[in-house]
Design a binder for this molecule. Structure first.
Ligand SMILES: NC(=O)c1ccc[n+]([C@@H]2O[C@H](COP(=O)([O-])OP(=O)(O)OC[C@H]3O[C@@H](n4cnc5c(N)ncnc54)[C@H](O)[C@@H]3O)[C@@H](O)[C@H]2O)c1
Ligand SMILES: O=C(O)[C@H](O)COP(=O)(O)O
Length: 324
């Protein structure tokens, strides 16, 4: 399907794009009778509502700066469609969208290979202490030579076994001793399904790739970190609110954890008073795990195809709620 043969079925043809996509490219996705409005997602809730009033289609903010709450959803055209150009959709009030007939879709799976690559890179760096040894040498120090564990001896636990969890398991199964996982759903896979408690108690390296939901917010706190084996490592490339950052900093400072790698934070950008900044064993990265050229190209394809589907009367793919 392309813009040339699109048949707009709705009377209202306003598409509001909150992402910093190239306007000329997005304009080219639609026939001329569709109005495209590029909207700055940082203008504040009231101005955002004013700019998107009557929109049939909203392309959300890939940088998660706009909160699409019930007030925002209320100004959209009846039966509107929101395409979130990311996997996570925790900035959208999905229950209200369901109740009010707004369809929401995400871009499931577009960046799972990219995130899994980042997790593997973080794991290698953590296991060999590359990040903190580099930092110490730059400060004129000569780091200690405490020996590392080889990857082939490690048990890696995956909390969250969706697209990203699967992609991590695919990469790690050939190179570590054991891959365990816990998820709401059991999958057909070589990795071993265990309870959340068992993942915590057995993981030399715990990798968390969960969505932020009421059930996962704060899921990994002091108690859960204490259940990890002495000297364990933690990786989080899912959502910041899932891991309690103060509890993590405390566990690393106390030496119970040997280190951690975080790509996501409860508040982004990370605040200068974050306790994590004082922990040199914690590798910090600015929410770039999924950000590769390949994933970004795939994302534009997913968004274009889905919005074109909706404007031509087809149901979208990757629906997270449905009004139809
Ligand atoms: N850092 C990044 O750049 C980046 C990129 C992509 C995704 N993410 C985040 O990572 C999350 C996971 O990505 P994905 O592509 O694997 O998503 P996904 O939807 O394919 O998988 C999520 C998995 O989490 C499971 N789950 C949900 N709640 C759970 C709970 N309470 N306990 C156990 N399992 C639970 C689901 O059953 C599902 O299998 C996304 O929601 C997103 O927020 C971050
Ligand atoms: O940088 C990106 O591609 C997005 O912020 C990733 O969003 P996600 O974590 O929700 O996929």
């Amino acid at each position: 399907m392309n813009a040339d043969n699109a048949q707009i079925t709705s009377d209202n043809r306003l598409v509001c794009c909150l992402s910093p996509f190239d306007e000329t490219e997005v304009r080219g996705w639609f026939p001329p009778d569709v109005t495209l409005r590029m909207v700055d997602p940082t203008i504040g809730p009231r101005d955002l509502q004013a700019a998107c009033t009557g929109a049939t289609v909203v392309i959300g903010d890939l940088l998660h700066r706009a909160v699409l709450d019930r007030h925002f959803l209320a100004v959209l055209a009846p039966g509107a469609f929101v395409q979130q150009p990311s996997v996570g959709y925790d900035t959208i009030d999905v229950p209200t969208a369901s109740q009010t007939g707004v369809t929401v879709a995400n871009a499931a799976g577009y960046n799972s290979d990219a995130v899994a690559d980042w997790v593997v890179a973080a794991l290698y760096s953590l296991v060999r202490g590359l990040h903190w040894r580099d930092a110490q040498i730059r400060k004129g120090q000569w780091p200690d030579h405490s020996p590392a564990r080889e990857l082939s001896t490690l048990t890696v636990g995956l909390l969250g076994f969706g697209n990203v969890g699967h992609a991590i398991a695919q990469r790690l199964t050939p190179i570590v001793d054991t891959v365990l996982y816990h998820d709401l759903r059991k999958a057909e896979t070589a990795a071993a399904y265990v309870s959340q408690q068992e993942v915590l108690e057995r993981s030399d390296v715990l990798s968390v790739q969960l969505p932020l939901t009421p059930a996962t917010r704060g899921l990994i706190g002091a108690d859960e970190l204490n259940r990890l084996p002495e000297g364990a490592l933690l990786i989080n490339a899912g959502r910041g609110g899932v891991v309690d950052e103060q509890a993590l900093a405390d566990a690393v400072t106390a030496g119970h954890l040997a280190g951690a790698a975080l790509d996501v934070f409860a508040d982004e950008p990370l605040k200068q008073d974050s306790p994590l900044l004082a922990c040199d064993r914690v590798l910090l990265s600015p929410h770039i795990a999924g950000d590769t050229v390949t994933a970004n190209d795939r994302l534009l394809d997913v968004v274009r195809e889905n919005v074109q589907r909706v404007l031509t009367g087809w149901p979208p793919e990757h629906m997270v709620t449905s009004s139809r």
